[in-house]
Design a protein around this ligand. Structure first.
Ligand code: NAD
Length: 292
């Protein structure tokens, strides 16, 4: 069994980006700038945004975080987005999800200038991606593709089962893997899927993105399969400093004994997501200044 090391792979991606940033600096260009809007004080969201700021520092980007109160109005949040859309010093920005219940998330995401949409959630980017045109690819699917690529895991003609059909992970990765050059035969499953284990047992690659800890059991996978665990759930744990631990969607201890490749949680897809957000920001910058 080979552990798909997202930490190591994300560092490789970040090193390549840092080199490009150094070249830009030597040429006298300003460095790329990623901004993040953080609404409220959700602990997980704050951690994600902090990790993104740290990654920006590592690759040499400028970063800024706009912290907004959890009772911010829809209008005020839209105003902030328009401000970032207009700000020429910002190359890409993200709105950290989830947003408070009173905020209409779709309207917020729609307001982001697609050219600055570092998360790749805007319908323009999603549509372009679905048509195989140049676009921002949502960071988590992009990270999964990069992991598969770095570990030379073949996808051409392979059976891939994806568990979970969210707009940010399951659905986009299903579209991408079915396209050229990945050429996989993809089954996208969800909470209404019947006989899920009959499908997963035949799969060469399983991508679990449903948010139910240890959902994918060893008897649901075939010998030698490749397993990508996207799940991140915080489970209360008084033995840890933070009072919780992170658990994935795969029953790792048992599944790992049967398969060829598997991502750990933490240290698998999570770090890749952040690295690919950096890549999207660099791409936004390069596109803006028409740098190849
Ligand atoms: P979501 O929470 O929006 O949706 C869950 C999906 O799982 C739905 O499509 C639902 O139909 C499906 N589902 C639920 N129960 C199921 C069942 N019993 N069988 C089959 N399908 C079922 O999805 P999301 O936002 O993609 O999040 C999924 C998990 O991935 C969460 O744990 C989230 O924290 C994590 N996540 C991780 C990263 C990362 O960078 N590693 C990024 C995004 C999300």
């Amino acid at each position: 069994m080979i552990l798909l090391d997202g930490k190591k792979t994300s560092l490789l991606v970040q090193e390549t980006i840092a080199k490009e940033v150094n070249i830009l600096k030597k040429k006298g260009y300003r460095v790329p700038h990623l901004a993040a809007i953080l609404v409220g004080d959700n602990g997980a969201s704050m951690t994600y945004v902090n990790n993104k700021v740290t990654a920006c520092q590592k690759v040499g980007f400028t970063s800024s975080v706009l912290e907004m109160p959890k009772n911010i109005s829809q209008e005020e949040l839209l105003k902030q987005i328009h401000r970032l859309n207009e700000d020429d010093s910002v190359d890409g920005f993200i709105v950290q999800l989830p947003l408070p219940k009173h905020i209409h998330e779709q309207e917020i995401l729609l307001a982001i200038n697609p050219d600055k949409d570092a998360d790749g959630f805007h319908p323009t980017n999603f549509g372009r991606m679905a048509l195989g045109l140049k676009s921002f690819i949502p960071a988590t699917p992009y990270g999964i593709l990069e992991l598969l690529n770095q570990y030379h895991i073949p996808t051409d003609g392979k059976d891939v089962v994806i568990i979970g059909r969210s707009d940010i992970v399951g659905r986009p990765i299903s579209i991408l893997l079915s396209q050229k050059p990945w050429n996989a035969t993809v089954t996208l499953t969800h909470s209404h899927t019947q006989n899920l284990s009959e499908l997963t047992k035949k799969a060469d690659i399983i991508i679990a993105a449903l948010g139910i800890p240890k959902f994918l059991k060893a008897d649901m996978v075939k010998e030698g399969a490749a397993i990508i665990d996207v799940g991140i759930t915080r489970i209360a744990d008084t033995t840890t400093k933070k009072g919780f631990r992170i658990v994935g969607d795969v029953d790792f201890e048992y599944v790992k004994e049967k398969v060829s490749y598997i991502t750990p949680v933490p240290g698998g897809v999570g770090p890749m997501t952040i690295a690919m957000l950096m890549k999207n920001t660099l791409n936004a910058y390069k596109r803006k200044y028409k740098i190849q």
